[in-house]
Design a protein. Structure first.
Length: 300
């Protein structure tokens, strides 16, 4: 089984305008509402690929219930913790001549709530996958991902971490199966400028030296680089296509990598599948579908 954790999920309210003008009423000409959060995106793409998984995390209020309802409508399996206070956040995304985002805070999460999450995480069995993805709310300790991995350290599970800076660096001692920073995040972790693929490989290997098994560095339209647990460096380019939406493409890569690895047990094939899946999202209005992924796989 694959489990995803989204500590601060959202409803993403996307409004399309021809032009955004300050100090006056602006009217949208098109709107969409999607469940949001990196772990939730991974779950949705896995659902689209018909790969069983369970989405974990915290929800609250009418927005939280809507997140759960939409996930179920999309065929997903959820086991969210429903809080008795606050509401799950609403992120407003304005698509006009310039893009603007306003992200909500989300509900307060207490130590007791975290204990409830830990109880659910104890269900995870040997050989399962656990995806820890995204930023965390202010009410949660900065060590949360590390604490989860420490608790599960003896279970021999495949942990995938897609997070930034200390959230990622702190977990490396527990040897995650896969980490997926992009090249900008990699540079920020070491406070350096990356001028070439060789630079990227050099610092990705440092993450391996710190404990990561496999390191996947995404580079947007320039493709990605995988450094495997055997030290092999695999470079792949993205297929040709028109970029429509980059939101969720990194999360889609994570889902694609897991899907490809489960199907083939081959890291190179997993990278190929991850690339097709991330590109399928980038070339779509929302998240990747199986048909789009299959089409792009044939072009890699």
């Amino acid at each position: 089984m694959i489990y995803t954790v989204t500590l601060n999920p959202s409803l993403d309210y996307v409004m399309h305008l021809d032009q955004m003008n300050a100090h006056c009423v602006n009217r949208s000409n098109k709107e969409e509402i999607y469940p949001g959060g990196k772990g939730i995106n991974v779950s949705i793409v896995l659902n689209n690929l018909r790969i069983p998984n369970k989405a974990l995390g915290f929800i609250a209020g009418f927005t939280g219930k809507e997140i759960e309802n939409v996930m179920k409508q999309l065929g997903g399996d959820t086991d969210f913790i429903l809080l008795d206070r606050g509401i799950s956040r609403i992120n407003v995304k304005l698509e006009a001549d310039k893009e603007t985002e306003i992200n909500g805070m989300g509900p307060q999460i207490t130590p007791s709530d975290l204990k409830d999450l830990y109880v659910k995480l104890e269900q995870i069995e040997e050989g399962d996958f656990l995806v820890l993805a995204g930023s965390i709310p202010k009410s949660v300790p900065d060590s949360i991902y590390k604490d989860i991995m420490k608790m599960l350290a003896n279970k021999n599970i495949h942990v995938v971490v897609d997070a930034t800076k200390d959230l990622l660096l702190n977990v490396l001692q527990y040897k995650p199966f896969l980490i997926k920073p992009n090249h900008i995040e990699l540079a920020e972790m070491f406070n350096v400028t990356l001028n070439s693929d060789n630079d990227i490989v050099t610092y990705a290997r440092k993450l391996q030296e710190m404990g990561a098994q496999n390191v996947l560095i995404s580079m947007g339209g320039d493709g990605s680089i995988l450094i495997t647990n055997e030290g092999e460096v695999v470079r792949i380019s993205v297929p040709e296509g028109t970029v429509i939406n980059t939101v969720g493409s990194g999360d889609s890569m994570v889902a694609g990598f897991i899907a490809g690895y489960l199907k083939t047990k081959d890291l190179k094939q997993a990278l190929k599948f991850a690339t097709a899946t991330g590109s399928a999202t980038a070339f779509s209005t929302w998240l990747a579908t199986s048909d789009k992924i299959d089409d792009l796989l044939s072009k890699l």
